[in-house]
Design a protein around this ligand. Structure first.
Ligand SMILES: *Cc1c(COP(=O)(O)O)cnc(C)c1O
Length: 245
């Protein structure tokens, strides 16, 4: 499958992608209603690392309108292969500063802003082009050392600094919750993002919005929505298991 990512998608597999997508959309709607929220308050972002453009096309043609990539080298080829389609692109992976120029033209939001050196590189590039970029600040709410993201306690200070870079429009926060089989074990790490956003919002920092909370994946999207997610990032529940890294 992975060896031929550009090939036509077999009809059966296309049908499976559509069925799974509808299932995830239903899970989102059910979770929103269960939490006393409107289903329309939660957007589905398809996390498409390792998924070829033809499979992504199937999902977009079935109604998906937001795609997130983790790897800069996958962004442009997929953008070019899907150029005829109308959909939004975010970046959700760890971004090296030297890849900023290769990424900026192709996405509308970087969800993984996690250090000031990166903010400076983005600011410089955007300023030169007279452009702005939406960003989410990535917060490490699980305390796992392997995860990128600023510490929750640094969120107010960090956001104040980013707000000084006028080409960057802070729209909210992103986290990768605790990896666990049991979504309830992940809950505190998801609730912590909402609490962090509340603290930042209370500061009333000029130009900063805390409108978006990007959290929740295939396994824990219900808990994330109960805790206030506005964007859930889903990969395997739509496209199937990824090849092991
Ligand atoms: C892969 C990935 C996801 C989606 O994970 P699934 O478990 O496949 O739904 C979400 N967010 C990020 C940052 C990812 O890298």
């Amino acid at each position: 499958m992975e060896s031929d990512p550009e090939g036509a998608v077999p009809a059966e597999e296309a049908e499976l992608i559509r069925t799974r997508l509808a299932g995830v959309e239903q899970r989102i709607a059910d979770a929103a209603l269960a939490a006393g929220r409107e289903p329309g308050e939660v957007r589905l972002l398809l996390a498409t690392k390792t998924v070829g453009p033809e499979r992504i096309r199937v999902a977009i043609e079935a109604g998906a309108d937001l795609v997130g990539e983790n790897r800069v080298q996958e962004v442009r080829p997929k953008y070019e292969a899907l150029e005829d389609l109308e959909y939004e692109r975010h970046f959700i992976g760890h971004l090296q500063s030297n890849k900023v120029n290769a990424l900026v033209p192709y996405v509308s939001c970087i969800e993984s802003l996690d250090r000031l050196s990166l903010a400076d590189r983005l600011q410089k590039r955007l300023e030169r082009e007279g452009e702005t970029m939406e960003v989410l600040i990535q917060v490490n709410t699980s305390g796992e050392e392997s995860k990128f993201g600023i510490e929750p306690d640094d969120a107010v200070g960090f956001t104040r600094e980013v707000a000084q870079r006028d080409a960057l429009r802070v729209r909210g926060l992103m986290t990768i919750g605790l990896f666990t089989e049991d979504p309830d074990v992940a809950r505190p790490s998801l609730a912590a993002l909402r609490e962090t956003a509340d603290r930042v919002r209370a500061e009333g920092i000029e130009g900063v919005e805390m409108a978006e909370l990007s959290m929740g994946m295939s396994g824990d999207l219900e808990v994330a929505i109960a805790e206030g997610a506005t964007i859930v990032r889903v990969g395997s529940a739509v496209f199937g298991d990824r090849p092991a890294p």
